[in-house]
Design a protein around this ligand. Structure first.
Ligand SMILES: Cc1ncc(COP(=O)(O)O)c(C=O)c1O
Length: 413
C-alpha cells in the first residue's frame, strides 16, 4: 500500500496535490511519501520476531533525509562504499548497526569502516581479508568479520541483479569458505562474528531465500563444530515489489518462512532490504515536452535515462500515470527522454497516457535505484528530491545547478 492516490482526478502524494509541487520545484523531480516509507519499514521490521537488525540497503535510496527516518525507527544500514558509510553516519545510523558488503573495498574504505566502529565487514575474498588484517593491525584495532558466502542458488531474477550464482563475482564459494574462516581465525586483528549472503534483487518467490538459508545454516553448524563462535547470520536483501503484475510474498510471509528455517540456531539475524521499503514509496514526476508520430508514437518528456536508468539498463517496466486525469485515455507507445541514445526510454511499447505538451506524468515505483543510479550524462543537472509528510513539502535535495556540473573541473594553462 502506498500514499499516491487520485483526489478530484489529480494525483496526490499524501495530502499534497502533485501539480502544486511541480509548480514549486520545477520538473523532473523524485517524490517520496514519508508515511509510505515508514509503513514499509515497519511492515518489514515488525514481521520478524527473532532477534534481528534491519539494515536498510543504502544503495537503493541514499538521501540522508530518507535514511534518517529509518535510523529513528531503529534501523541500521547495509553499505557498499565509503561514500555510503559517510551518508549512513550523517543520517544518524548507529555504527553498530552498519554492515559493509562489496567485492572491492579499498584500504582507505576499510580504514574508514574500522575507525567508525561498524558492526561487521562482509568480506568477499581472501585478499580482502589480508588487506583488512593489515589495515586493522596498523590502526591497532580488531576487525569484526563475516564472510559473504556464495551459495550457488538461482534467485530467478534478471541476470544483472542475480548475485548468488557460482558464476557471479560475489562472495566466496560456500564449499571452500571453511578454509577462509580457519585462516581468519589465525589472524591477530580479525574476529569472525558471522556469515553473510545476498543472492539477488527483485525476487518474487520465497523459495530461493529458504534454499540459501538452508545452506548457510548447515555452514554455520560446521563452523561451530570447529569451535568458531558465530553470532550473526546476514541474509542480505532482495525481496521484490509489484511494478506491474508481479505478486511477491508479503514481508510477513517472507519472515515466517525464514524464521521457520532458521529454527533456534541462536544467531542475530541481519536483513538488508532496499527495494521492498523504498520502491513503491517514490515516483519520478516529469513533464511532456513534445509528442510525435514516427514509426510509432513517441511522448518526449523532460526526464531521461540519466535520471531513471532502470528501463534502459534492465528493460525494467515502470507504470506511467497521468498526474491530472482529464479523461485523455491511454495508447500504446514509448515515453522517451532528451538523451542522445536510442536506449533512452522510460517506457517502451506499453500503455501510456495520451498526452500533450506540458502535461505531467508520474513514473511509478521509482523510489528504489532511481535517484541513486542517476548521472549527469549529456551534462544534465541531477533532479530535485522531495519528501511529503502529510500536507508538508520538504525539498530533501535541491536540483543541481549548471555551475555544479563543472565544479572541480579545471582548464589547464
Ligand atoms: C549486498 C546487498 N544487500 C542488499 C541489497 C538490497 O537488495 P534489494 O534492494 O533488492 O532489497 C543489495 C542489492 O543489490 C546488495 O547487493
Amino acid at each position: 500500500m502506498n500514499h499516491f492516490n487520485y483526489k478530484n482526478k489529480s494525483l496526490h502524494c499524501e495530502d499534497v496535490d502533485i501539480p502544486e509541487i511541480a509548480a514549486q520545484v520545477g520538473t523532473p523531480f523524485y517524490l517520496y511519501s514519508k508515511a509510505t516509507l515508514i509503513r514499509h519499514f515497519q511492515a518489514f521490521d515488525s514481521a520478524f520476531t527473532v532477534d534481528h537488525i534491519t539494515c536498510f540497503a543504502t544503495k537503493s535510496c541514499s538521501n540522508i533525509g530518507i535514511m534518517s527516518l529509518f535510523a529513528k525507527l531503529g534501523g541500521g544500514a547495509d553499505i557498499v562504499s565509503g561514500g555510503e558509510l559517510f551518508r549512513a553516519l550523517k543520517a544518524g545510523m548507529d555504527p553498530q548497526k552498519i554492515v559493509y558488503s562489496g567485492v572491492g573495498k579499498t584500504r582507505d574504505e576499510l580504514k574508514y569502516g574500522l575507525e567508525s566502529g561498524i558492526l561487521m565487514f562482509n568480506v568477499e575474498s581472501q585478499q580482502e581479508l589480508l588487506a583488512l588484517q593489515d589495515v586493522a593491525a596498523e590502526l591497532g584495532l580488531i576487525a569484526p568479520v563475516s564472510f559473504r558466502v556464495n551459495p550457488d542458488v538461482d534467485p530467478k531474477t534478471h541476470a544483472y541483479i542475480s548475485t548468488g550464482l557460482a558464476k557471479n563475482k560475489f562472495g566466496i564459494p560456500i564449499e571452500t569458505a571453511l578454509d577462509v574462516y580457519r585462516q581468519a581465525d589465525g589472524l591477530s586483528h580479525i574476529n569472525t562474528v558471522g556469515v553473510s549472503c545476498h543472492i539477488g534483487s527483485q525476487l518474487t518467490d520465497v523459495s530461493p531465500f529458504v534454499e540459501s538459508l538452508q545452506k548457510v545454516k548447515g555452514f554455520v553448524t560446521a563452523l561451530r563444530d570447529t569451535g568458531l563462535d558465530i553470532k550473526y547470520i546476514d541474509l542480505g536483501g532482495g525481496l521484490g515489489i509489484t511494478y506491474d503484475e508481479e505478486t511477491p510474498p508479503e514481508p510477513a510471509v517472507y519472515a515466517k518462512a525464514l524464521e521457520e528455517e532458521l529454527g533456534d540456531i541462536g544467531c542475530t539475524l541481519i536483513l538488508e532490504p532496499g527495494r521492498v521499503i523504498v520502491g513503491n514509496a517514490g515516483i519520478l514526476v516529469t513533464k511532456v515536452l513534445y509528442t510525435k508520430q514516427g514509426g510509432k508514437k513517441f511522448t518526449i518528456v523532460d526526464a531521461g535515462m540519466n535520471d531513471l536508468t532502470r528501463p534502459s539498463l534492465y528493460g525494467a517496466y515502470h507504470k506511467i500515470l497521468p498526474v491530472v486525469d482529464y479523461g485523455q485515455g491511454v495508447e500504446t507507445g514509448d515515453v522517451v527522454g532528451p538523451i542522445c541514445e536510442t536506449g533512452d526510454f522510460l517506457a517502451k511499447e506499453q500503455e501510456v497516457p495520451v498526452s500533450k505538451s506540458a502535461d505531467l506524468l508520474a513514473v511509478m515505483s521509482a523510489g528504489a535505484y532511481g535517484f541513486t543510479m542517476s548521472s549527469n550524462y549529456n551534462s544534465r543537472p541531477r533532479v530535485a528530491e522531495v519528501l511529503v509528510d502529510g500536507d508538508k513539502v520538504h525539498i530533501i535535495r535541491k536540483r543541481e545547478t549548471l555551475e555544479m556540473l563543472i565544479a572541480g573541473e579545471v582548464i589547464p594553462e
